[in-house]
Ligand binder design. Structure first.
Ligand code: MG
Length: 359
């Protein structure tokens, strides 16, 4: 099965409610989608969101990277020669990790289709179900409490609460949410680089003193401030999760060896896809550091690729794969089934998506 061409399109999906973090506010998923054609009937699908404030990728840069650099490097290649394909994808252009991720997942989709199995099985997994949290956007306390209660009513057992704009006032947000949802619901806190290292220690210690029982605190300090994150990790008891600080396997090694975080958040849009994400999993396995699988504001193609990887790797113990859960509609045919907090992989080969509008 040889790659013959890559088609590029766009998908627009409105969100149920605007997505607000310390870095940005977004109202719609507007992603680049791709279809890799082969010399057989089989096609592979991929998706990349333009998350400029985190990865530096824009719609224009994703299209150019795929059309002018990545596609020419892999057209004509046999899909089963996946190791060489991935090396060519990663050598074809520096950075541009979201563009690489879209192509990577479409190739893995085809690879699993060649083998006739769902992607999670092609990656060595046995479990077909993944539990995800749901993101609660940063807002007024009342709005965050009502959003949290609505999420719990929908069946979510883990909330990922966005904070990071107001220092100690963020503690009040978490305290109000904990009081409203009770202690059976796990709460993750994502500061999206919004605090300094000393603020982080003060805020996290306060949450510990109040017994708010936080599952983890995600990326408290600036992405480049590894010394600051190490300081936070060493001076608090709550597990610290590195997100924006970890893009590739080299970042993961450095952070783990420094003790700069307790956990690693893997996102396909940071790693440039499954191939590099698998390397982070191997490093994390060696050091016994658990991982979370996250996503940007993505719809069902790329989140499903991430869900298959999560189902395949036991070192990924947490999933923050709520992109489709935040979308008003599912524009695709086929793929894993998203039912409240659970994502069920089907027996369909590859990622499982069979039709994508516009491609
Ligand atoms: Mg994050």
């Amino acid at each position: 099965m040889k790659i013959t061409s890559i088609q590029i399109g766009e998908i627009f999906v409105p969100l149920v409610t605007p997505f607000k973090t310390a870095l940005r506010t977004v109202e719609n998923v507007e992603d680049i989608i791709i279809r890799i054609n082969t010399d057989t009937d089989a096609v592979g699908y991929g998706e990349a969101p333009p998350t400029a404030v985190i990865t530096g990728d824009t719609k224009g840069s994703i299209v150019t990277a795929i059309r002018d650099f990545i596609a020419p490097a892999i057209i004509g290649m046999d899909v089963l020669d996946i190791d060489t394909i991935m090396q060519r994808v990663h050598r074809s252009i520096l950075k541009n990790t979201s563009a690489k991720a879209a192509v990577d997942m479409a190739v893995y989709d085809l690879y699993a289709k060649c083998l006739g199995v769902p992607l999670y099985k092609a990656l060595g997994g046995a479990s077909d179900t993944v539990e995800t949290d749901l993101t609660i956007s940063v807002d007024t306390i009342d709005k965050m409490v009502s959003d949290s209660l609505a999420a719990v009513a929908q069946g979510y057992k883990v909330l990922k609460v966005k904070v990071g704009k107001e220092g100690l006032a963020d503690v009040e947000r978490i305290r109000a949410i904990r009081a409203a949802v009770g202690h059976d619901i796990a709460i993750r806190v994502d500061a999206n680089q919004g605090w300094t290292a000393k603020d982080s220690v003060r805020i996290i210690s306060k949450m510990e003193d109040l017994n708010l029982n936080i599952d983890l605190v995600e990326q408290p300090v600036k992405a480049h401030d590894l010394a600051g994150m190490q300081y936070v990790t060493q001076h608090t008891f709550t597990p610290i999760l590195a997100d924006e600080s970890v893009f590739c396997a080299e970042d993961a090694i450095k952070i783990i060896q420094m003790g700069a975080a307790d956990l690693i958040n893997i996102k396909l849009m940071k790693t440039g896809g499954i191939y590099e994400a698998l390397k982070i999993c191997s490093i994390a396995e060696i050091y016994g550091v658990e991982c979370m699988m996250g996503c940007m504001l993505e719809s069902k193609i790329s989140v499903s690729a991430a869900a298959h990887l999560t189902a395949a790797k036991s070192i990924i113990t947490r999933a923050d794969l709520d992109g489709p859960g935040l979308c008003k509609i599912d524009p695709y045919t086929g793929g894993p089934i998203y039912k409240e907090n659970l994502i069920h992989m089907t027996d369909a080969p590859g990622i499982g998506i069979t039709e994508v509008p516009g491609l």
